[in-house]
Design a protein around this ligand. Structure first.
Ligand SMILES: C[S@@+](CC[C@H](N)C(=O)[O-])C[C@H]1O[C@@H](n2cnc3c(N)ncnc32)[C@H](O)[C@@H]1O
Length: 475
C-alpha cells in the first residue's frame, strides 16, 4: 500500500513519530474481521468455534473472527441474523447504552448507508423507541432499506433525503447520529479508493461539508438532546476542529464515555483541545480508524415531551373510521393491534401506532422508502406477502405453510432460482426456511413454485460451495 506523501507528513506532525510508526505498521497489517449478532434474531448465538477469536470489548454482541469466511454463501447472513461490521464502529453501542438507555426515544441516523451503525443503534435503543434511518444517495438508500429490513425491527423508518430536508420537516429527535462522509483515512487498509481519492483539497472540502450537514440538521435536535458525531478519518480538521465548532458555535457540551484502558482508544490530537473525544487507531486499537464524540445540546429537555395518550386515542378512532386497515391479513404479524395498517400504491405496511404521528409528519415532507413492516402488495384479490414480512421479528410464522430447505436449495432460493418444494407442501404462499430461520416466500402452484425473493437482493455469484460452512451458531 502506498500512502499519499501529504497524508504521511500531515499525520506524522499530528501524532509524533512514535505513534505514527504504530499507525503505519497497523495500516500495513491485515484488517481484523468482526461480526455483530442481531439480538432480535440470534440472542443466544455465537461465532462457530473454528472461527471465533474473542469478543469486541466495547460491544456485547460483537465478535472477532480469526479469518474472513465467504459471508455471501451463508443464508443466515441474508436472513439478518448477523451483520459484518468492523469492530471500532461498534463503539456506538457503548455510547448509546451509556447515554441513550432511558426511553422511549426518537433517533435520527442521518448518513446511514449501508446501515452498520443504524443496526447498532436499533439494537441499543430502549424498546418502544423509533429510529429514522436516512441516506441521501438513492442507490445507497436502497441498500440501507434492504439491510434494515433484514435486521427485522419494526420501529424503523428509512428515508432518502438531504439533511436540509429534515430541517424543513419540523421533526425533532432526542438523538441524532451524524456519521458524516469524510476523507476516509481510517479505512485506507480496507479500501484502496480511499487512498486514491485522498488529497489535502478533499480534506478541506470534507470538513466544510460536515459542518454544513450538522448545521442543517441542528434544529431537529431537541434541547438537551444527544448528538453523536463520527468520522472514519484521523485528521483534526474533520474531527476535533469540527467538534469545537459544534460545541462553541451551535451550543453543546461534550460528554465523556466510559472506556477501558486495555482497548487503547486515544483522545484529542489537537493541541489546546483537551476534551473527551475518542479515536481508534489501527495498530493500537483492534479495529479500523474511526473518531467519535458525544455532545449534549444546550437547553433543558421538555419533561412533557412524550406522546399524549388522550390525543392519540382520539386519532386512532378517526383513523379506524377511515377503514385504512381494509385489504390485509392482520394475523400475518404478531400483536396486530399494536399497528395501523396503511395502504399506499397497493403496498400495505403495518405502522406501529405509538409513532404513527411521526410517520404522518415524515410522509408529508420526506421520501420514505420503508416504514414499520411492509406486509405485502395487493394484486387483484390476492395479497403477495413481502420479503420484509418474512424477515420481520414480528412475523407470525404459524399463519403460513413452511418448508425447510437444505443448503443447496437455500442458496438456489437466494439466487432467485426455481426451488421445488416437497410434494406434500400445501398450495399458496409458503415461508421457506434454512435451519428453521425464515429466508422468504415462494408461491406453490402445485407442479412448481414461484420464487418471490426480491430480484435486487439476489446473490449473483455463479459458484456456490457444496457444503455449508457454519459461520455462526444460533444457540
Ligand atoms: C461514513 S458513511 C456512513 C456509514 C454508515 N453510517 C454505516 O455505519 O454503515 C457516510 C454516508 O454519508 C452519505 N452522504 C454523502 N453526502 C451526504 C450529505 N450531503 N449529507 C448526508 N449524508 C451524506 C454517504 O452517501 C454515505 O452513505
Amino acid at each position: 500500500m502506498t500512502l499519499p506523501e501529504d497524508f504521511i507528513n500531515y499525520t506524522k506532525a499530528l501524532t509524533g513519530n512514535e505513534l505514527w510508526s504504530i499507525i503505519s505498521r497497523g495500516l500495513a497489517d491485515e484488517p481484523p474481521v468482526s461480526i455483530r449478532l442481531n439480538p432480535f434474531k440470534c440472542a443466544s448465538g455465537s461465532p462457530a468455534e473454528s472461527l471465533s477469536d474473542g469478543k469486541v470489548g466495547w460491544c456485547d454482541s460483537g465478535y472477532y473472527l480469526n479469518s474472513r469466511p465467504n459471508f455471501t454463501f451463508d443464508p443466515l447472513l441474508h436472513a439478518g441474523l448477523y451483520y459484518v461490521q468492523e469492530a471500532s464502529s461498534m463503539f456506538l453501542d457503548r455510547v448509546m447504552r451509556q447515554y441513550a438507555s432511558d426511553g422511549p426515544l426518537t433517533m435520527l441516523d442521518l448518513c446511514a448507508a449501508p446501515g452498520g451503525k443504524s443496526t447498532v443503534a436499533r439494537a441499543a435503543l430502549p424498546e418502544g423507541s423509533l429510529l429514522v434511518s436516512n441516506e441521501p444517495m438513492r442507490t445507497r438508500a436502497q441498500i440501507l432499506a434492504e439491510n434494515m429490513q433484514k435486521f427485522g425491527h419494526e420501529d424503523v423508518i428509512v428515508t432518502n433525503n438531504y439533511p436540509r430536508d429534515f430541517g424543513k420537516s419540523r421533526l425533532m429527535f432526542d438523538v441524532i447520529l451524524t456519521d458524516v462522509p469524510c476523507s476516509g483515512e481510517g479505512m485506507f487498509r480496507k479500501d484502496d479508493m480511499a487512498i486514491s481519492e485522498w488529497s489535502v483539497q478533499n480534506v478541506e472540502k470534507c470538513w466544510r461539508l460536515q459542518r454544513e450537514i450538522v448545521s442543517d440538521v441542528w434544529q431537529c435536535l431537541k434541547p438537551g438532546g444527544l448528538l453523536i458525531y463520527s468520522t472514519c478519518t484521523f485528521n483534526t480538521k474533520e474531527d476535533e476542529e469540527n467538534i469545537r465548532y459544534i460545541t462553541e458555535e451551535l451550543g453543546a457540551e461534550l460528554l465523556p464515555v466510559d472506556i477501558d484502558d486495555s482497548w487503547k482508544i486515544t483522545g484529542s490530537l489537537l493541541s489546546g483541545f483537551d476534551k473527551p473525544v475518542y479515536r481508534f487507531l489501527p495498530g493500537l486499537t483492534r479495529g479500523e480508524g474511526i473518531f467519535m464524540a458525544v455532545m449534549r445540546k444546550n437547553g433543558e429537555r421538555d419533561a412533557n415531551d412524550t406522546p399524549r395518550k388522550d390525543k392519540k386515542a382520539k386519532k386512532d378512532k378517526q383513523r379506524n373510521s377511515k377503514k385504512e386497515t381494509a385489504s390485509c391479513n392482520r394475523d400475518w404479524i404478531k400483536d396486530p393491534d399494536r399497528f395501523d395498517f396503511v395502504t399506499s400504491d397497493n403496498i400495505t405496511a403495518a405502522i406501529p401506532k405509538a409513532w404513527r404521528d411521526v410517520y404522518d409528519a415524515a410522509a408529508k415532507s420526506l421520501k420514505i422508502l420503508s416504514a414499520g413492516i411492509t406486509i405485502g402488495e395487493s394484486k387483484g384479490k390476492d395479497i403477495i406477502p413481502a420479503q420484509a414480512l418474512a424477515l420481520s421479528r414480528a412475523l407470525n410464522k404459524d399463519t403460513f405453510a413452511q418448508a425447510e430447505l437444505n443448503y443447496a436449495q437455500a442458496m438456489s432460493f437466494l439466487r432467485k432460482e426455481a426451488v421445488t418444494l416437497p410434494a406434500d407442501t400445501p398450495r399458496g404462499y409458503v415461508l421457506v426456511e434454512f435451519n428453521g430461520v425464515p429466508l422468504g416466500f415462494e408461491k406453490n402452484i402445485g407442479n412448481r413454485a414461484n420464487n418471490l425473493y426480491p430480484a435486487e437482493w439476489k446473490v449473483k455469484s455463479s459458484h456456490v460451495p457444496d457444503e455449508y460452512n457454519e459461520i455462526i451458531r444460533t444457540k
